[in-house]
Design a binder for this molecule. Structure first.
Ligand code: NAP
Length: 514
């Protein structure tokens, strides 16, 4: 089942356009520059990037200091936010279209990078690059949400003979903080709606796998993004407090864990936010579900990208009548999953992002076992970063004590339990602090309708596992899973501000003609 790693992870970038943004160190490892409002810069300090495949160092990126940050912020605030705002809408759209073209041309370099620094299988890496291209191309659909209103004043005596138009304006600078699990797509999604609406952007990529975002900065530059209107801050999250609270930044779009969400909200002060936070979704299996289909889809929901997805399935609640059947089918599905080097053909599940993620999964697994849990599938760890997809049965009267129920564990591990009725299943699903999405498998419309009304989540997938894709349908969390929505057209309101312009015609006689 598990194939050992035979080839050392080694990053090689072929594209000519990337030649100027890195140099090879004496050890042959590429040292990257980062992009700061018009210039590519090295720094005196480096952060090593390790591949989760074998933990070898594959690149070094600059660790910025306060002077770099201040200079870039000052340039973007004074000039960059106006440069992008002074670029007409059709040209902003052209920049995104050009970026999509370049991404397509250099897709091989970028997907190879995602395999090496994020540990994705080639299929997942290619799918992420394709989703990013598709998202850029869909920018045209966001445009219709950048619009205003006309309000006549004659519904109150006070405002008679006045009228208003309500404009939608960019807020200025949007800080995009992105997670390690979709480093490229999440950055592209956030920059698409931010730039389209006329904002300058600062990107803070995840420290684990920022290389695809560095390549993307080069692509944006060549696509014609105004040079002073964007920057890429390569520094650890722990050094972000001063930036997050800086008054020159007007909106923050964060995708990350709930803990990070709390920290950012605490230090940011008064700003606009999109917060796509932790999740891990429940799947409810009703007694009339197609059990084979449900098992196949739920298994995928558990293991794809090693369970490191906000919309991964972490809890299965089945009506008692079909509990044994869904359990059996799910175990069969999970046994088929091939764990190993993500560069090898046929491997479904690559490594976790770092050894501490595997530690966290094993600790949570042991905790569940100590509280009455039973391993139905998986449970093993190989090397430092590889784990099997794991299913744990837990009696429903103990489930609320379990760490895996109370916290998102970012790994391919899920709990399964039974419920007497759809009402009880919904209660168990709502008992978690998260509220991102849920899945329901079954046909009974009355039960499905009940669950739709009562589940406290941002999206419900009927007869499929949750996955946000390129955001064709909007997604986002309730409760500890976040604030706001992402999805084509849906994010514009969070990174723009409305401005009411009121015209007074009193005494001019214009009113008569309205
Ligand atoms: P994370 O540890 O919270 O990091 C996310 C980003 O926040 C990284 O760039 C990180 O930088 C930065 N960061 C950390 N502390 C910060 C601080 N105090 N101030 C500002 N920025 C800070 O999350 P992750 O492990 O990369 O990603 C997995 C999490 O993202 C999961 O919880 C998952 O559910 C969530 N997620 C949610 C959605 C959704 O749609 N709701 C989608 C994808 C992922 P460093 O890397 O340097 O620490």
């Amino acid at each position: 089942m598990f194939s050992f790693i035979e080839k050392k992870a080694n990053l090689k970038i072929k594209g000519e356009i990337f030649k100027d943004i890195y140099q090879l160190g004496d050890d042959g490892i590429p040292q990257f520059k980062t992009y700061l409002a018009g210039e590519w810069v090295f720094s005196d300090e480096w952060s090593p990037i390790r591949s989760p495949i074998d933990l070898s160092i594959i690149a070094k990126i600059p660790k910025l200091d306060k002077n770099h940050i201040e200079k870039a912020l000052d340039t973007i605030y004074r000039y960059g936010r106006w440069d992008i705002r002074n670029t007409p809408g059709f040209k902003r759209l052209n920049i995104l279209e050009k970026a999509a073209e370049l991404l397509e041309r250099y897709a091989e370099d970028i997907s190879n990078t995602l395999v090496l620094d994020a540990g994705k299988t080639f299929l997942s890496a290619k799918a992420e690059v394709q989703a990013s291209i598709d998202r850029l191309k869909a920018a045209e659909l966001d445009v219709k949400n950048i619009q205003g209103e006309y309000i006549p004043g004659d519904w109150s005596e006070e405002t008679t003979e006045t009228e208003a138009i309500i404009r939608r304006e960019p807020v200025g600078i949007v800080l995009l903080i992105t997670p390690f699990n979709y480093p490229l797509f999440d950055t592209i999604n956030k920059l698409t709606y931010s730039i389209l609406a006329g904002n300058a952007i600062i990107v803070k990529p995840a420290s684990a796998d920022p290389i695809s975002v560095l390549l993307l900065a080069r692509i944006l530059e060549l696509a014609g993004m105004p040079k002073r209107s964007f920057a890429l801050f390569t520094l650890p999250g722990s050094m972000m407090n001063a930036i997050v609270s800086d008054r020159r930044i007007s909106a923050i779009s964060l995708t990350g864990s709930t803990d990070t969400g709390y920290k950012v909200l605490k230090s940011a002060g008064i700003k606009q936010f999109i917060m796509e936070l932790g999740g891990g979704d429940p799947a409810i299996v009703l007694s009339d579900a197609d059990i084979k289909w449900a098992a196949q889809r739920i298994a995928r929901g558990i293991y794809s990208y090693s369970g490191q997805r906000c919309d991964a399935i972490k809890l299965i609640i089945s009506e008692e009548q079909v509990y044994e059947r869904i359990k059996g089918e799910l175990v069969e599905e999970l046994k088929k999953v091939k764990v190993g080097d993500p560069r090898e053909k046929g491997v479904d599940l690559g490594p976790l992002i770092d050894p501490s993620s595997a530690d966290e999964m094993m600790n949570a697994l042991n905790e569940a076992l100590s509280k009455g849990g039973k391993i139905l599938a998986g449970g093993n760890r190989f090397n430092k970063t590889y784990v099997e997809p794991t299913l744990i049965e837990i009696p429903k009267d103990r489930i609320k004590e379990i760490l895996l129920y109370n916290r998102e564990i970012f790994a391919p591990i899920a709990l399964i339990t039974s419920a007497k009725s759809v009402e009880e299943a919904v209660d168990l699903a709502n008992g978690r602090v998260y509220g991102l999405d849920a899945a329901i498998f079954g046909r009974d419309l009355v039960k499905i309708r009940y669950a739709i009304r009562h589940l406290e989540v941002g999206a419900i997938y009927i007869n499929d596992y949750p996955r946000h894709g390129i955001g064709y349908y909007p997604f986002g969390g309730r409760k500890d899973s976040g604030i706001g929505r992402e999805g084509i057209g849906y994010s514009i309101e969070y990174i723009t501000s409305s401005k009411s312009i009121i015209y007074n015609y009193k005494g001019t006689g214009v009113w008569e003609y309205l």
